[in-house]
Ligand binder design. Structure first.
Ligand SMILES: Cc1cc2nc3c(=O)[nH]c(=O)nc-3n(C[C@H](O)[C@H](O)[C@H](O)COP(=O)(O)O)c2cc1C
Length: 239
């Protein structure tokens, strides 16, 4: 099984997103998968111009000559795609959104009925279906911040070509990178590693592991006290 993971944090390898993504991939490797991580901040990915040239003028080929063509090849070759993004304004980072917009050459323009919905068929049907895993973390301690992001990925994977194999959505994510917080974080990292194993071994994150991953790292009141103490210490005095 081949897994390609895209980290959409502007912090790249120093991100809290990576604190979740890497153990997930380690678990997947332990179960026999081949994995690769692409840091979107290191890629040149122009904005989609909405011209639809990739649909009607040069089918399958975007007007931009940047790093995206090679990334689409990686997606086509993968069995599982991991989208790993910090939560920015209740959704994915701009890097991840720009990347997703540029997936459009993978699909053909036709609108066809599959099951009970209309979809764009994939341009290379032999490369699909694929599984998708969503990984995110956010700065607030409450899960409802993820509701928009999760719904976006539920709709995105509702076609027969994609299946959402699980979502790892970690609140209070700023604890993930703190060495002093390891006692609150280690069990969550272990569940993330287990999720990676399960995606390879059973094709999805099991309900049991998913339920563990929905538990908070710490109580919201404690997290807010710690965060506020940190900011009081750290904020520079205004002149
Ligand atoms: C522009 C911006 C928007 C953010 N929006 C949210 C948000 O809507 N909800 C939330 O809980 N945290 C929000 N955060 C906090 C980040 O999700 C948090 O710092 C996270 O740990 C960053 O992950 P990373 O290190 O992987 O980039 C935001 C941060 C930034 C910089």
């Amino acid at each position: 099984m081949r897994i390609v993971a895209f980290n959409g944090s502007p912090r790249g390898p120093r991100s809290n997103t990576d604190r979740l993504l890497l153990p997930f991939l380690e678990g997947a490797q332990e179960a026999g998968a081949t994995t690769e991580v692409v840091y979107l901040k290191e890629q040149r990915i122009e904005y989609c111009q909405g011209c639809f040239n990739c649909w009607v003028v040069t089918p399958g080929v975007c007007i931009h000559d940047d790093d995206m063509a090679a990334l689409l090849d990686k997606i086509r070759a993968a069995d599982v795609i991991v989208y790993a993004t910090p939560l920015y304004v209740f959704t994915m980072s701009a890097q991840m959104k720009t990347f997703l917009d540029r997936h459009i050459p993978l699909a053909a323009p036709f609108i066809v009925k599959r099951g009970d919905q209309y979809i764009h068929p994939m341009r290379h049907p032999e490369a699909w279906p694929k599984k998708v895993v969503l990984i995110s973390n956010c700065g607030f301690p409450e899960r409802h911040h993820f509701s928009g992001l999760l719904e976006t990925f539920r709709v995105y994977t509702s076609s027969p070509d994609l299946e959402l194999a699980g979502a790892i959505l970690c609140t209070a994510g700023e604890l993930l990178g703190q060495k002093s917080a390891s006692k609150w974080v280690n069990w969550y990292i272990e569940a993330t590693r287990q999720a990676g194993r399960e995606v390879v071994e059973v094709g999805h994150i099991t309900l049991e592991t998913q339920q563990v991953l929905e538990k908070p790292l710490v109580k919201a009141a404690l997290y807010s006290r710690m965060a506020n103490m940190y900011f009081k210490r750290t904020i520079k005095k205004q002149r």
